[in-house]
Design a protein around this ligand. Structure first.
Ligand SMILES: [Zn+2]
Length: 84
């Protein structure tokens, strides 16, 4: 296959860390996807999308063992952009 972003032909199978949101939590899920070596674009096939959806459901229903590795934090209030 050819990368639709950069046209590169060098696309490899790679394990990446995908982040899914479960409630207010972010859960990192290692999945195998195809990644363009030139531009880094990730390609998800239908099967991978299904796995991610199922993983989200399994986390929500407590069927998967997950570890707390950090916290998701949020800045309170909007940050003003520099003017001019
Ligand atoms: Zn590419």
């Amino acid at each position: 296959m050819r990368c639709i972003i950069c046209g590169g032909l060098d696309i490899e199978d790679k394990e990446v860390e995908e982040e899914i949101k479960v409630g207010n939590d972010i859960v990192i899920v290692p999945v195998n996807v195809k990644v363009c070596k030139s531009c880094g674009e990730r390609y998800y096939d239908r099967e991978t999308m299904k796995i991610l959806e199922e993983t989200e459901e399994r986390i929500e229903s407590g069927q998967l063992k997950i570890d707390l590795i950090g916290k998701v934090l949020k800045v309170v209030g909007a940050i003003n952009q520099h003017q001019g």
